[in-house]
Ligand binder design. Structure first.
Ligand code: TRP
Length: 469
């Protein structure tokens, strides 16, 4: 009760601040520095998407051509969407729903833009429902690695470990529960105390471990095969569905299209360069995905595995490599700890739009809002837990429940959200509002505007129409 009253007080202070100097400030605090913002966005971007999802999606879609389309999507569509999302967030300074409603009115359009924010809140909840299940696997793999079961293990033994593990719904359900508990814990603590600390050491440390793996891969004797699988495009294999998968992966891995970056942008100080921050995040995220692919595919070929094997790919290749390495128990344990951390910092971002919305809209404390959101996500996640065992044969549309939630969010909701975001920033907002935030009228601003008004929307529409309709 007392804290709820504090929230209400804050809101009054916020509104009067706005009247005084015309600039809004956020209810939830601000990042302590530009570096803190870049770190937090990088922490949300770098996650299971880079290390778990990118390799298996690339594998399922035939490699080279897919990777090329993915890179193109990141640069021409991902970058302008990310910049638009940050600038909208910073201008509105609220949760994505309220920000879209406010700016929709302020820019002379409609309060109904709030539904774009609402779609983001829902997308975040749906993504985290299965993301948490996979993140739970990484927790279990920390324990497995430390126990030494992978030392000198054969490909069959590692496969057996994996299928046995995911076949046990109680066990992976427990891991999902533990992971959600960790996510709720950090989010409940609030923006600065929770988010910043976690990211500071995780991304650099993860990079080091991937380089260790890469070193092993280069010596595996199959590095050439891995490189050519990833970079020799065979456009015959490229269907519209693979192009959509590449677009969806670009959105997923950059955390864009659902208002998470908008929510983070709301805490961004006025003077930070949005272009610079976006470029840094995009580069860090893309390099980590490519390096992970380069580390994993040679191992796939060296062990006669199938690159199209699906969600188990990293869990079946990396333990093999670690099992052969001197000091493998140590490296393997650290690697899965870091992967769990990477997933953790992403989970925080996935919850943020929902939590910020509940706090502002229903006047709840951050802790209450986080627990409510966490419970909803946990419950939805049971569907994905069962997709790998009890309900593995229960298939419709895109496949299992897990496959459908993944397809709906990555391939439909995120691109659609991204489309509406660039349309809003490029066409609804007036030129001055955007140049005000992006801070220049030079070449960079003009390039962003052309990408946001024409290239990105047309690109997204073309892919969505051809693949879905
Ligand atoms: N980018 C994250 C990853 O690669 C997943 C993700 C998608 C995400 N959307 C997000 C994370 C929004 C935080 C916020 O693993």
């Amino acid at each position: 009760m007392r804290i709820a009253a504090t929230n209400a007080d804050l809101r009054i202070i916020m509104l009067s601040n706005q009247a005084a100097d015309g600039k809004r400030s956020s209810l939830h605090g601000h990042w302590s520095s530009r570096m803190a913002f870049v770190l937090a966005v990088t922490g949300s971007a770098v996650g299971l998407g880079n290390i778990w999802k990118f390799p298996y999606i690339a594998g399922q879609n035939g490699g080279g051509a897919f990777v090329l389309v993915y890179l193109a999507c990141v640069v021409v569509i991902g970058m302008p969407v990310m910049m638009s999302e940050i600038l909208i967030g910073r201008r509105g300074r609220r949760n994505p729903v309220a920000t879209m409603e406010l700016l929709g009115k302020e820019e002379g359009s409609s309060a109904r833009w709030r539904w774009l924010g609402a779609m983001g809140v829902v997308a975040g909840i749906l993504i985290l429902s299965y993301y948490s299940v996979i993140a739970g696997w990484t927790l279990a793999y920390v324990v497995k690695s430390a126990s030494g079961v992978f030392v000198g293990a054969s490909p069959d033994a590692v496969n057996w470990q994996f299928s046995n593990f995911v076949g046990d719904w109680r066990l992976i359900g427990l891991c999902h529960t533990v992971f959600m508990g960790l996510a709720v814990f950090v989010v409940a603590r609030g923006v600065e105390r929770g988010l910043e600390q976690a990211v500071r050491f995780m991304v650099p440390a993860l990079l080091v471990l991937i380089l260790v793996l890469l070193g092993y891969s280069i010596n595996s004797g199959f590095f050439g095969e891995g490189v050519s699988f990833m970079f020799t495009p065979d456009f015959e294999k490229l269907t519209w569905n693979s192009v959509l998968a590449a677009l969806g992966q670009a959105f997923f891995t950059l955390s864009i299209g659902m208002g998470a970056i908008m929510a983070y942008g709301a805490y961004l100080p006025e003077e930070t360069s949005i272009t610079g921050a976006s470029a840094a995040v995009v580069m860090a995220d893309t390099s980590i995905a490519i390096l992970a692919g380069l580390a994993i595919f040679p191992l796939v070929f060296a062990n006669n595995l199938d690159p199209a094997d699906g969600p188990g790919l990293v869990f079946q290749t990396l333990p093999l490599a670690f099992g052969q390495m001197p000091g493998g128990v140590f490296f393997s344990t650290i690697f899965f700890v870091l992967l769990a951390f990477a997933a953790w910092t992403s989970a925080i971002g996935l919850m943020e739009p929902a939590v910020a919305w509940i706090v502002e809209r229903y006047n709840k404390t951050r802790a209450q809002a986080t627990i409510m959101t966490g419970l909803t996500i946990w419950l939805l996640g049971i569907g994905s837990v069962l997709s790998f065992n009890v309900l593995a044969e229960f298939k419709f549309l895109a496949g299992t429940i897990f496959d459908n939630v993944d397809y709906l969010t990555s391939n439909i909701m995120l691109p659609l959200g991204g489309l509406l975001i660039v349309l809003f920033a490029g066409w609804v907002m007036c030129r001055n509002s955007t140049s005000d935030e992006l801070g220049s009228s030079g070449v960079l601003f003009k390039t962003w505007r052309v990408l946001a008004r024409f290239v990105a929307p047309i690109g997204i529409l073309l892919v969505l129409i051809n693949a879905v309709l």
